[in-house]
Design a protein around this ligand. Structure first.
Ligand SMILES: NC(=O)C1=CN([C@@H]2O[C@H](COP(=O)(O)OP(=O)(O)OC[C@H]3O[C@@H](n4cnc5c(N)ncnc54)[C@H](OP(=O)(O)O)[C@@H]3O)[C@@H](O)[C@H]2O)C=CC1
Ligand SMILES: O=C(CO)COP(=O)(O)O
Length: 326
């Protein structure tokens, strides 16, 4: 059994910690909020991020980075993308080159256009990295429901090894060598889920929602490929698979945020929706590369306050007709 350290005691970090503790691994969750750490240790729960779930007995939580990371063989980084650089910098003195670092965030750093693996390469050069991404709601994984994800590393053997280490009897990891494609799919599907949610929230109908998901997938494939992802990765679990999940369930925080946008509801206090932080930079990356991505650009404009959802729908429908496949 391996020693796991999981950084970030939010919904996804706590779910992955539960998964690996149930599978018999020695797991320590590193939090930064004393009450959350206390609740995990003493009450076997994380009411702030995963209410109504009982966490397994063997799951430890701490505020002390050295206690969590010191003798861990596998370190999962599970913080929001915009916090990843700060979190990594703070942990640097506690991390070792022989540890496998697994990146679980889904987004693009908004000031730099960097993905998680770029941030790690800059902040912790020479460390072994894997990316874990795919259709996987925290509450499902924490409950032990069957889940399949992509686990990518630079080399095939390293990816196979990471997938073996990170799979359990309910959590099936498919190995891949296209880290960039996996990261691009995970980041862009969140932006598209905002669009699909806005369509649902505005009551535009199931047909419009299917159109947005399908045309959104065209944009994910175009931009994902321009950013260096392989077509088959973008068609896989971490691309199409996660797009389907996130664009079709209010359990998704991005879809739920989109619903609020579509309804014109107040969005203060909603849970983390990574797409809100990724939309602007994704639109900019598309523009810089000459990639046609009107849905992503429209989401970015709505979030920046440049148009409302009604105007956005009119503008998208008024675009010149074109061939479906160019
Ligand atoms: N939830 C899900 O179903 C899934 C989420 N993901 C991805 O995982 C990432 C994390 O999401 P999720 O756990 O759901 O988010 P949550 O909002 O539920 O939790 C985020 C956690 O990160 C902590 N955190 C934030 N900044 C730092 C920092 N600088 N140092 C240490 N801890 C920090 C927060 O601490 P505090 O409480 O103190 O603010 C909080 O515990 C996102 O990129 C998301 O897209 C991927 C797959 C599934
Ligand atoms: O990434 C996820 C599912 O794969 C979680 O989606 P949300 O962040 O939208 O809740």
């Amino acid at each position: 059994m391996s020693r796991f350290a999981i950084v970030g005691a939010g919904a996804w970090g706590t779910a992955l910690a539960s998964l690996y503790a149930r599978a018999g691994h020695d797991v320590t969750l590193l939090g930064r909020d004393a009450e959350t750490v206390r609740a995990i240790e003493e009450d076997h729960g994380n009411p702030r991020y995963l209410p109504d779930l009982t966490l397994p007995d063997g799951l430890n939580a701490t505020l002390d980075p050295e206690a969590a990371l010191g003798d861990a063989g596998i370190v999962l980084l599970v913080v929001p993308t915009q916090s990843l650089r700060t979190a990594t910098t703070a942990l640097k003195p506690h991390l070792r080159r022989d540890q496998l670092i697994v990146l679980c965030s889904k987004g693009i750093e908004q000031d730099t256009g960097r993905f998680a693996s770029d941030i790690l390469a800059e902040e912790l050069p020479g460390h072994r990295l894997a990316v874990l991404s795919g259709p996987s709601f925290a509450a499902d994984v924490a409950r032990g429901l069957p889940t399949a994800v992509t686990i990518a590393a630079d080399e095939a053997e390293a990816a196979d090894e990471a997938a073996r280490l990170l799979s359990t009897d309910t959590f099936r990891g498919y190995a891949a060598t296209d880290m960039r494609g996996v990261e691009a799919g995970g980041a862009l599907k969140n932006v598209l889920a905002l669009a699909a949610g806005a369509v649902a929230g505005r009551g535009l109908g199931a047909s419009a929602q299917a159109a947005v998901i399908t045309r959104g997938f065209v944009e994910l494939r175009r931009l994902g490929a321009a950013l260096g992802g392989r077509p088959e990765t973008l068609m896989g679990l971490s691309g199409l698979g996660d797009l389907v999940l996130t664009c079709s369930s209010p359990q998704s925080r991005n879809f739920a945020y989109g619903i609020a946008l579509g309804r014109g509801d107040d969005r203060t206090g909603l849970k983390l929706a990574e797409g809100v932080h990724t939309a602007g930079i994704a639109a900019r990356l598309a523009e810089e590369r000459g990639i046609d991505a009107p849905i992503i650009a429209t989401v970015a404009r709505i979030l920046a306050g440049g148009m409302d959802v009604g105007e956005a729908v009119q503008a998208l429908l008024a675009r010149p007709l074109k061939r479906e496949f160019d």
